[in-house]
Write a protein that binds this ligand. Sequence first.
Ligand code: BGC
Length: 659
Amino acid sequence: MSGQLLRRLRTAAAAAVLSAATVLPIAMAAPAAHAATKVDNPYVGAGVYVNPEWAAHAAAEPGGSAVSNQPTAVWLDRIAAISGSSSSMGLRAHLNAAVTQAAGKPFVVQLVIYDLPGRDCAALASNGELGPTELPRYKSEFIDPIATILADPAYANLRIVTTIEIDSLPNLVTNAGGTATATAACDTMKANGNYVNGVGYALAKLGAIPNVYNYIDGGHHGWLGWDSNFDPAVQLLHQAATASGSTVANVHGFIVNTANYSALKEPYFTVDDVVAGQPVRATSKWVDWNRYADELGYAQAFRQKAIAAGFDSGVGVLIDTSRNGWGGANRPTGPGPTTSGDAYVNGGRIDRRLQAGNWCNQSGAGLGERPTAAPAAGIDAYVWVKPPGESDGASSQIANDEGKGFDRMCDPTYTGNARNGNNMSGALPNAPLAGHWFSAQFQELLKNAYPPVSGGGGGTSDTTAPTAPTALKSTATTASSVSLSWTASTDNVGVTGYDVYRGTTLVGSATATSYTDSGLTASTAYSYTVKARDAAGNVSAASNSVSATTASSGGGTGNAGCTATYKVSSDWGAGFNADVTVTNTGTAATTSWKVTWTWAGSQQITNLWNGSYTQSGKAVTVTNASYNGAIAVGGSTAFGFGASNSGTNTAPTLTCTAS
Ligand code: BGC
C-alpha cells in the first residue's frame, strides 16, 4: 500500500448531490440458490467470513478476543498465496472454511486481489514480486488460477467479494504524468498500460463467475477529494473497467479508504463551514481546498460521479473502517475555536494525523466502525479489509523474499516528501514488513478504538447499555429535511453520542439531542428511531419511532427545493458584505424562494440587492426579487447585502424554501 495525494484543485465544481437508497432485494427462496442470482448488496442478510489466521493473531493479544470474531479480508498478495503453504492457508483452504462457516446460509467471503506488475509504484513498502512488464505472468499465473478456483461449483453458494488491486489506478492519477508528486515507477506503469490492462483483465475474468462481486479501488478523500483528482480518477476507473475485454457490468461497486486512516465521519466540521468570514476549504491547511472532510461524504459522492460517468446505477461502495476510529484520550469532543480556519479544523478534527497523506502504521489510530451491512445510502458495507494488526511497512530496512522495499514513510524519524506536504511520517516505530503481524500496532488500535471496544484498554469493561432515548419527535420539516429532537439517555459510564436511523439505515450521529436529516424528497413520509451509545461501546435499545412527512414544495407540476450557501466577500470589522447563492435542488423550476436565518451575534443588514429582506431582532427573511424568483432545475441565482456588526462574525445556518 502506498500513499497518496497531492495535486491541488483550484477549480470550482458543484459538490455532488448525495442521495439514493440502496435497494435491498429479498434473497431467493430456494436455499441452494442464494449465490446463483446476483443480489444488489451481497452483505445484506449474509454472514461474513472470519479469517481463522487473523482471528488467531488477534485473539492471542491481550483484550484481542473482543474483536477476533470480526470478519476481515483474505489478501492474495503473491502467486504463492493461492496455493498456501504448510504454515499458511491457501485460497481453497479459505473457501472450504468459508463453506463450513456459512452452514448453508447466505455468506460473503472477502478477497483482495493484489499482485499487479510493478505494484505500489508510488511507494516501496508493498512493492511486489512482478516487474513492471510482467503482465503475461499476472494473467496466467495469478488471475487465471484464482478464477479457476473461484468457479469451482463447490463454492457456488458463496458470495465472493473481490477488491481489485488497491492503490494502482489512484496512483496513476496523482503520482504519474508530470505532476509534482510523480515517481518514475508510476510514470512507467502509466506509459505501459499494465495497471489499466491488468485491472481490466482481472475484472473480466473474475466478473464472468456468477457469484463474484468485483469492487475497484476509489482511493480515499484525502487522496482524490480535490476537484482536479476526482474526475480524472473516475474516468480512469471507467477506462480500466472497459479494458482487456471487460465491461462496466463486471464492476459491482467501489471500495474507499482501503488500509487507510481517513475518518468515516468528521462530526465537528465540514469543508464549507465559514470561520472568520472565509470557508475553511480556503483557510485550513488540513482541508487545503479539498471538497470532502470524510469518507462517508466522499464515498457517496464518488458513487454518484461514477454512475454519471457510465457505471451501473446499482453500484455500491464499501468503506474500509478497520483503522479509522480515532478514539482515545486525544479525540476532540466538539468543534475547535473559531479564531481561524486552522484553529477551528485542527481543534475539531477527529483524524489526528499530521497530514492526510500519511499512510503507514499511524500513531494514535484506532479500530473504526465494526463491519456492518448497508449502513448508509449507497454504502454496501463497512468492512475490515486491512486486517488490523498487520503492518503497512517496515520502519527500517528488512531483508525479505516478498519484493517489499523500505519506504521512509514508515520510519518515524522521516521528515516527509511532496506527497505528505513535507510533514513527519507519524508512523509507529519498530514495525515489521508490510502484512506481517505488528503486536504494538494492534494494541494501539484496540486502545484507541472508536466506537470503543469493551475491555479494549481505552474504554472500560462495562457492559451496561444506556437507556433508550425517549420522546423522539419531529421539530421541523422542509421540502428536503426533517429535524428531530429527543430526551437524553442515561448511562453508568456516560453517553457519548446518538445514532439516528431512517428505517433501518443509519443516517447520521449526534452528540447533542437533536439532528437534522437532509437531502430528502418532498411530500414523502419517513420514519425515524434513535439509539444511544456509551463510552464502552454499548448501544441502547431504539427510542420510540416517529414519522414525519417532508413539506410539499409546491409549484404544481413537480418538486421544487433549494439550498442556499453563504459567503462573506469582505469584512472590515464594523461591517461586512456577503453573497448568498440560491440553488434549485428540486425537480421543477421554482417560481419563488425564501431564505431565512438567525444571526448568532449583533449583525444588522443595512442594504440588500437582488431580493427583499426583513430583519426582526436576529431573525432575517429574504425573498426573491420580481425578476429572480424563477430558477431552472439545477440552476442558481444570488443576492448580496451589506451589514453592520459589532462582535464576532460567525456565519449563520441558512434555510431555503422554494415553490
Ligand atoms: C501488504 C500485503 C498484506 C496486506 C494486508 C499490504 O500492505 O503488502 O502483503 O497482505 O497489506 O496486511
